[in-house]
Write a protein that binds this ligand. Sequence first.
Ligand SMILES: Nc1nc2c(c(=O)[nH]1)N[C@H]1C(S)=C(S)[C@@H](COP(=O)(O)OP(=O)(O)OC[C@H]3O[C@@H](n4cnc5c(=O)[nH]c(N)nc54)[C@H](O)[C@@H]3O)O[C@H]1N2
Ligand SMILES: Nc1nc2c(c(=O)[nH]1)N[C@H]1C(S)=C(S)[C@@H](COP(=O)(O)OP(=O)(O)OC[C@H]3O[C@@H](n4cnc5c(=O)[nH]c(N)nc54)[C@H](O)[C@@H]3O)O[C@H]1N2
Ligand SMILES: [Mo]
Length: 843
Amino acid sequence: MKIRRREFLKASAAVATVTALGCGTKLNALEKTDKTVSPYGKNKGEWIPTTCQGCTTWDPIQVYVQNGRAVKVRGNEYSKMNSGYCCARGHLGLQQVYDPDRVKVPMKRTNPKKGRFEDPKFVPISWDEALNTIADNMMKLRNNGEAHKYVCFRGRYTYTRDIIYSSMTKIFGSSNNISHSAICAEADKSGPFFTEGLWDYRDYDLTNTKYLVCWGADPLRSNRQVPTAINKIGEVMDRATVVAVDPTLTTIGAKANEWMPVKPGEDGALAVAIAHVILREGLWYKEFVGDFKDGKNRFKLGEEVDESTFKGNYTHGLVKWWNIELKDKTPEWAERITGVKADQIYRVARGMGAAAPKVAVWLGPGAAMHIRGTYSSMAIHALNGLMGSTDNIGGPMAKISPPYNHTPSIKKYQDTISKNKPHVKIDQRGYLKFPALKKGKSGGGVVTNNAADGILQENPMEIKMVLGYMNNFNFSGTEGQRWDKALAKVPFTVHLSTHASEFSMFADIVLPAATTTFEKWAWLKTKANRIGTGTLLQPVVEPIWEAKIDESEIPYMIAEKLAERGFDNLLEYYQNEFKDPDTGKKPTNEREFAEYATKYYLAPMWQGHDKGGDSFKSWEEFRKIGVWNSDPYPYRKRWGKFKTKTHQFEFYSETLKEALAKHAKKHNVDVNKVLEVTNYTARDEKAFVPHYEEPYRYGSKSAYPFTFIDSRSKLNKEGRSANCPWMQEFRVIDVGDERWDNVLKMNPDDAKRLGLKNGDMVKITTVVTSRKIKVKLSEGVRPGTVLSTYGQGHTAYGRIASKKFGKEGFGMNNNDLMPADYDRLSGSTARNGGFVGVRIEKV
Ligand SMILES: Nc1nc2c(c(=O)[nH]1)N[C@H]1C(S)=C(S)[C@@H](COP(=O)(O)OP(=O)(O)OC[C@H]3O[C@@H](n4cnc5c(=O)[nH]c(N)nc54)[C@H](O)[C@@H]3O)O[C@H]1N2
Ligand SMILES: Nc1nc2c(c(=O)[nH]1)N[C@H]1C(S)=C(S)[C@@H](COP(=O)(O)OP(=O)(O)OC[C@H]3O[C@@H](n4cnc5c(=O)[nH]c(N)nc54)[C@H](O)[C@@H]3O)O[C@H]1N2
Ligand SMILES: [Mo]
C-alpha cells in the first residue's frame, strides 16, 4: 500500500497531465504557484473567510492564503455556531482545489457511445465552442416546442442555487428541476413534520442537554454540526447520559454510556417500547404533553384508555396513540424484535424521563432512510414530544433564519413557452406510487432516484437534454446502473464538475466548475449551538485554469449565448434583477454577476435588518468577517404554534391523515390503497400514529442470510473526497476501516462460521448484483450484518479514487449492490434500515 502511495505522490508532483479525461494535452495546474510560494509559516499571508462544504454542517471557516495560494484551513473565529472549529474534512479541501486531476478546461465528447466503461474520448474545447453548442441545443428544443424536455439535476448546492436550478429552468420553459434531496435525508424530516410541522433538520442544545440519544446518526462523524459536536462532547459526557442507537459501533457509540445495537430497520419497535415505558410509568413531561384530568395515570399494560380522561397541553392525540399502538408494546416484546435487551430499554426510558425536558433525541437518516422510514422517523421523533424537549432547553429545536433577500420573481421574464410548460416532473412525484408528501403536499417533494426510471420510461415525457451540476447520481444513487442506462439514452448532457466523475463520463460536454469553498461566490444558511448563521463563500484564490462558478457564472454565460440567438429573457432577468446593491449597476459580465448576486442575497445582513444578531456596516466589512450570527434561539418559541393541522405536537397526526387523504382523492382511491401500493403495512387509523412496521427486505433470509449496512466515513465529503490522498491515507479513523482500501466488516463469530479470516476475498451478492471485496473482522458490527463504508468504488473521478481510471476502483460502490426503492411518503431513497439482504461466499 505504502509503495503505491509514494509512487503516486512522486508522479503527481512531477507532472500533472490531464490523462484523467483522456485528453492528452499537458496542463500543469500547480506549475505557476509552486514556484513562487514558500511553505506555510514563512511568508506573510492572510486568513480569508469562506464556508466549508465538506458536509452539510456548512462550517464557516477561514483559509490562509499566501501569494495567492490557499495553504491552511481553520474554523471562522467569528462564528458562534461552530465555536470557531472545523473538522478533518475542512482540511481535505486543499487537496480538492489543487487536485491535479481536476477538469481544467471545457471538454467535448468524441465517442458517441455511452456506457460505464466506455471511454468518452474527451477533447479540450474553448468556452466559446462549449457555450455555443449548449445554446444551440437549447434553442433547438425551444424552437421545436420541446423546452420541457430539458432537465436540470442539482447535487450539493448553495443558496445561490435558484439562479441555475429554478429561474433558468423555468424561464427557459421546463418544470424539470430535480434536486438530490431525496437521496440525502428527506425521511429524517418527515417524522418531525408529521408530528410537529417542521420540515427541516433540527438544531440540538448540547450546552444544556442532560440526556442525548443519537439515533441512526453519529454527530462526531457526520450529520450536520460536526465541529460543534466534537467541541462539546467532553462537557456533554460530564453532564449528561449519552446513548447511541446504531447497529454498528460508531464514534459516538464508543464514547456513549449506552450502546443499543438495534437490528437494522427495527428502530420503530425500540422507539414505541420506550414510549410505552414512559407512559406506563408516568414519565412524560406534563407541562408540554398534558395530563389526566384527575392526575391519575391510566396507562396500564394492554388496557385501552378513555380519551376524555386526558387533557393535552401542547399536544394532540396521546391517548389515541396509546390505544392504537403503544398499549402492548413492552420492552420484552421489543427485545425479541430489536435484539436490544429489555432491561436496557427500561433503563434508557427511565433515564430519559428523569432528565426531561433536557433530553435530545437526535434522529439521523440511519433510522429513517428505509422503505418504511417515515414511520420510524415519526416514532423516534415523537419521543421528543413525550419529553417536552422539542424547542426546549437541552432539546432539539428549529432555527433562526438569517436576514436575506429572496430570489427575484421570474414572472416578468416568462414568455408563453415558459408560462405554458407542463407542470409534471420526470421523477414522477405525486404519482399514486410516489406521494412524496413534503410539507404535506402530494408530490411536494422530490423522488430524485426515480428520475432515472422516468427517463428510461419516457414518463411523463421524453428527456432530450440534461444539465447536471455538483451531482453524481450514477454513483450516489442506489442501483446507479439505472442512471447509466438513463444517461446513455439522453441525446445531450452537460456536466458542471470539478472532476471527471461517473456522471461526467456520460456527458457530451463537461464544463470545469469552480471548487466550492475556494473559488466560488455564494452563501449558505446554517445552525448549531442555538445560533442561526448566514455564511459567505468567496473566491479565496483565483480559479485554477478556466474554472467558472456553476451557480452563477455559467448560467450567465449560457444566458448571453441564448440572447445572441434571440432569446434574451434569461439575460434580462439576470441583469435587471441582480444589480449591485451598493451602486445599482447592472452586471456586465459573469464575474460581476456572481459577486452582485451574492451581494444581493446577503444585502440585508450588511445593509441593515431588524432580526437581532450581528450587523455590519458595509459589504467590505462583511467580506472580512464572513459570517452573520443570530441571537440565541428563544426556547419554546413554537409551542402552541406548530405548523401542524392542530398547531399542537401531534401523536395522532391529523397532518398526515389530511395529506394522505388528499393524495388518495387525487387518484380516486382510498388511503388504504395508497398504503398498499407504497409498501407500508399499516391500514386505517394506525397509519396516522407513529408505529412499528416490520422492515421491508430485498432477498429472503434463506438465500441472502446477512443484512447489509451502509455507513459513511468521517472523511467523506459526500461522494467528493475519494480522490484526495489524505482521505485514503487516514481512512483508519473510521472504526475498522483500512488505508487505501475498502473492506467488508463482519462480526468475528460470523466469520468463524463461514471459515473467513482478515483479508480473505469474498463475493457479496444481493438481488441486484455481485461484487468482490476483502473481509475485515470487526466486533463493531452486530452478528448477522455486514458493513461497508460508503465512498469508495469510484470507477472514474481521478487517478486516486479509481485505482484504474475508467475501469475499477477500490473495493466496491455500495450503491451498485442496493436495489432502488423508496420511503414513498417522503420520496426518500432507501439506503439504511437493513432492507438489503446479502449472501457472502468465499472466493
Ligand atoms: N450508499 C450511499 N449513498 C449515498 C450516501 C450514503 O451515505 N451511502 N449519501 C447520500 C447523501 S446524504 C447525499 S447528500 C448524496 C450526495 O450525492 P450527490 O448530490 O450526487 O453528490 P456527490 O456524490 O458528492 O457528487 C458531487 C459531484 O459533483 C462534482 N463536484 C465535486 N466538487 C465540486 C464542486 O466544488 N463544484 C461542482 N460544480 N462540482 C463538484 C463531482 O463530479 C462529484 O462527483 O449521496 C447520497 N448517496
Ligand atoms: N463525515 C461526513 N459527514 C457528513 C457527510 C459526509 O459525507 N461525511 N454528509 C452530510 C450529509 S449530506 C448528510 S445527509 C448527513 C448524514 O449523516 P448522519 O446523520 O450521521 O447519517 P449517516 O452518516 O448516513 O449515518 C447513518 C448511521 O446509521 C446507521 N444505521 C444504518 N442502518 C440503521 C438502522 O436501521 N437503524 C439505526 N438506528 N441506525 C442505522 C449506520 O450504521 C450509520 O452509523 O451527514 C452530513 N455530514
Ligand atoms: Mo445528504
